[in-house]
Structure formats: structure tokens, C-alpha cells
Design a protein around this ligand. Structure first.
Ligand SMILES: Cc1ncc(COP(=O)(O)O)c(C=O)c1O
Length: 442
């Protein structure tokens, strides 16, 4: 994918300056940082939530389906129990967006994270298709975790005692040489987290070649699963609606039909607390999932499913809604990118990918500077996600990556906050260089 702004892992420029020149730059940065801090602001760029203005786009849902509207297309009474797999018309609406067909999809309640949690719990307790035994009876269970990644994925693993093995995430997906080597030699590696499109937090988009290699690779574990969390499948920030290949199809083509566990939701399409979530996989995996799910529920919230069908109408209706989200969200991302380019561009002390979709930007600063950077931003009145949150167990070995979430505050706030973030990064990294610290490692 193309990269705008400062190239990812840019060549350090400030590092080549003399101590005298660096000192004078630091004085200037300190003056600008102090002026910002004196404004005594209290801004928050921590969690990737939709803004109220975005939730307003789906206000109609609050009045749907309406008192007299409760029959699904096949006349099922949505108020009653049943239809564990979810309404066919909603599955038909969502399936093309997630690289599958309606019969290979299950609709869950509002949270895809809950479905991921369930899939792991089921696999641990019962084993999955092709397992020799429940995962919990294995001497070790490990997951590959591309980093930077999503902290809540890591929390699930931590909670269940699953070992996490970080692998580098590049702009086009995980480092596949590393992934192939690890899964090929270690049968304890049962799973891998992937956010394949507009990744949380770097914005990376997996290339066709990476998807192909993930589907084709040989794994020591016969029941290895890719947890394909396509949370940002339709969350484009440009008019280039990037599409990635269907992992389900690619895995089937390479003779590993059960490898892909696909997840998604409408949390950031309609209402974050009242959307619908989905699981998609091979027909056999769907049967396995429904078998487990049927023990914990007699059926999901079909009234919510029906009102989503009424509100979204069809796949095109959903994409049109996403264009309206984009009109609200894209200027906020542009404000952050502009502030980073203005203050950090060409300095070589920070690098980032300007994302073409999703909810996050991650800023990589010089090694050893991320914690101090987050602290400096907080002192200046801008709360950021704690450094380390992008890595398993909250430990970023390079102390380098910080996640920025610009969607929730209003645009004016994002503009100001982004300036504070950029100044804090510049202050901390310039100070580190002067103190003889702050290197970049590839
Ligand atoms: C990558 C990723 N997956 C899942 C979620 C949560 O999804 P849901 O609301 O469907 O549980 C988020 C929320 O930020 C996310 O960034």
C-alpha cells in the first residue's frame, strides 16, 4: 500500500545534528511545548469510540422496527426464541463485505469481541474441528500476535493463560518469513490474531501476497486458526475503498478450509453498544460454532437484527452510511496527519503511516521514548493510550509505539490535541538525543 507523509521508519535527521544545533532546537521546542501546556487543556485521544455525531447517523434505529413490524422475510416472528444462526436477510446483507456467503455466517449479539472470546473458550474447552484434544489439555497453547496490535486481543489471551508470541507487523501485514517459520516448527501455536484491513493501531492493510501466504503456509498444529478480526472492513477514509482477498476462499483453495475464523460487527457502522456481530468460516466450522453457541443461547436478538435490515436495507445502503461516517471522521485524521507533518515531518524522530481507513494512527518515536512521550502529552493536557498497550502484556520491548485515537472528540479538539501530541513527541525525542539516548531499530 502507498504511504504518505513521513515514510515508515524514516531516516533520522535530527540525529545527525551537532549538540549545539540540537540544544537550540530543544529550546525552541520547549518554549512551544510550555506555551501549549499553559493552556491547561484536558483533551482525550485514548479510546476508539465513534463520536456522538456518528451515532446520530443511526438514530432511526431507535424507532425501528416499530410496533407492528416484527416478521422476518420468511415470516419468522422475531420477538420469539430461535433462529440461532441469525436472520438470513441480515446474513445476505453482510456476507459480501466479509468475503463469505450467508450460509457460512453466524450473527451474534452486539460484540464481535465476545464472539472471539467464545471461539477461544470453546476451542480450549472442547477443541475445534480437527483438534486431537481440547486445547486446554495441550502442554502449551500459544498465539502469534502481530505488533503493534489490539490490546483487547492480548487481554483475552492473557486471561486464558495463552502464551503470546509477538511478530512484526509491516505496512502490508505481518512479517511472513517469521510467521511461516514459527507456525511450521511449533505445534503449540494454535492461533494468530489478524486485523487485516486498516489495522488497529497502525492502519496497515494486508497485501494479497500476505493473505495468500497465510492461507497456504504449513502449520505444525493441525487445528491452527487465524482469528481474522475484520473490524474495519468498511471503514474507509478515502474514496479508494480498499478490498482484500477473502481469507476463507484462499484457505479453502490451499487445502486448509477450516483455518479462517472471521469476525466483524456493525459497532462502528450503526450503534457501538447495540449493533450486530458476526462469525464466518467454513461450513463445518459454522456447524461447530453453532453447536457450542446453542448451549449458551436459544437464539440472539432478532428484533435488533430486523431493525438493522430495515435501517440499512442492503449492502449498498450500508456502504452509503459508511460514506457519511467518512465525512465526519476523515477530517479528524487529516488534522492529525497535518499536525504530525508540520511538527515532525523530516525530523526523523517519529514515523507513522497515514491510514486509509479505520480508527487509529500509531506514532513510532525513537526507541526508549514512548513512555516519556505519553507522560509529556498528559502533562500538556492530552491523554493518550498508555505506551505498551499495543503489545502483549503491555510490554513494548522498544518502548516506541503510541496509539492515537482521533474519532471521538470534535474536530476543533482533535486539531489542538494533535498539536500537543506532536510537540510532546518532539520534546521528548530531542531531549533523548541530547542526552545520548534515542536510537531507531528496524
Ligand atoms: C480490531 C478491533 N476488533 C474489535 C473491536 C471491538 O469490536 P466489537 O464492538 O464488535 O466488540 C475493536 C474496537 O475498537 C477493534 O478495534
Amino acid at each position: 500500500m502507498s504511504v504518505f507523509g513521513v515514510p515508515f521508519r524514516s531516516v533520522p535527521q535530527l540525529q545527525s545534528l551537532s549538540t549545539a544545533d540540537l540544544s537550540s532546537i530543544l529550546q525552541d521546542v520547549q518554549r512551544r511545548y510550555d506555551a501549549f501546556r499553559q493552556r491547561a487543556l484536558a483533551l482525550d485521544l485514548t479510546r476508539g469510540k465513534p463520536a456522538s455525531e456518528q451515532l446520530d447517523l443511526s438514530s432511526a434505529l431507535l424507532g425501528l422496527p416499530g410496533e407492528d413490524d416484527f416478521l422476518a422475510a420468511d415470516k419468522t416472528d422475531t420477538r420469539n426464541y430461535g433462529v440461532l444462526q441469525g436472520l438470513p436477510e441480515l446474513r445476505a446483507l453482510l456476507a459480501p463485505l466479509f468475503g463469505t456467503v450467508p450460509v457460512q455466517m453466524v450473527i451474534g449479539d452486539n460484540s464481535s469481541l465476545a464472539l472471539m472470546h467464545d471461539a477461544i473458550a470453546y476451542s480450549l474447552l472442547k477443541g475445534t474441528v480437527g483438534s486431537e484434544r481440547p486445547w486446554v489439555r495441550e502442554p502449551r497453547v500459544a498465539f502469534l500476535c502481530p505488533v503493534p496490535g489490539y490490546d483487547r486481543h492480548f487481554s483475552i489471551c492473557q486471561d486464558f493463560g495463552i502464551e503470546m508470541i509477538p511478530v512484526p507487523l509491516n505496512a502490508d501485514g505481518p512479517d511472513m518469513d517469521v510467521v511461516e517459520r514459527l507456525v511450521g516448527e511449533d505445534a503449540a501455536i494454535k492461533g494468530m490474531w489478524c486485523v487485516p484491513k486498516y489495522s488497529n493501531p497502525s492502519g496497515a492493510v494486508y497485501s494479497d501476497a500476505v493473505v495468500e501466504r497465510l492461507a497456504a503456509m504449513t502449520t505444525a498444529a493441525p487445528d491452527f486458526r487465524i482469528f481474522w478480526d475484520n473490524a474495519y472492513a468498511v471503514h474507509h477514509l478515502t474514496d479508494e475503498r480498499i478490498e482484500i482477498p477473502s481469507l476463507i476462499d484462499a484457505c479453502a483453495r490451499h487445502g486448509h478450509p477450516h483455518r479462517a475464523f472471521v469476525f466483524g460487527s456493525t459497532s462502528k457502522v450503526t450503534l457501538a453498544g447495540a449493533g450486530v456481530a458476526l462469525f464466518a468460516s467454513s461450513a463445518e466450522n459454522v456447524k461447530w460454532f453453532l453447536g457450542r453457541m446453542g448451549k449458551r443461547s436459544i437464539g440472539g436478538d432478532k428484533v435488533n437484527q430486523l431493525r438493522h435490515v430495515r435501517a440499512l436495507r442492503d449492502t449498498a445502503g450500508l456502504l452509503a452510511l459508511m460514506d457519511r461516517h467518512r465525512a465526519i471522521v476523515a477530517p479528524k485524521f487529516a488534522a492529525v496527519a497535518d499536525a504530525f507533518a508540520a511538527h515532525l515531518g523530516g525530523t526523523g524522530v517519529a514515523s507513522w503511516l497515514v491510514p486509509k481507513g479505520g480508527y487509529f494512527i500509531s506514532l513510532d518515536v525513537l526507541d526508549g521514548c514512548a513512555r516519556d512521550f505519553v507522560k509529556a502529552a498528559k502533562d500538556a493536557g492530552v491523554e493518550l493510550t498508555p505506551a505498551g498497550a499495543t503489545h502483549p502484556l503491555g510490554q513494548d520491548p522498544h518502548d516506541r509505539t503510541v496509539r492515537i485515537a482521533p474519532t471521538f472528540p470534535d474536530l476543533a479538539t482533535v486539531k489542538v490535541a494533535a498539536e500537543g501530541v506532536a510537540l510532546s513527541a518532539l520534546l521528548v525525542t530531542t531531549s533523548a538525543l541530547l542526552a545520548g539516548r534515542g536510537v531507531t531499530t528496524a
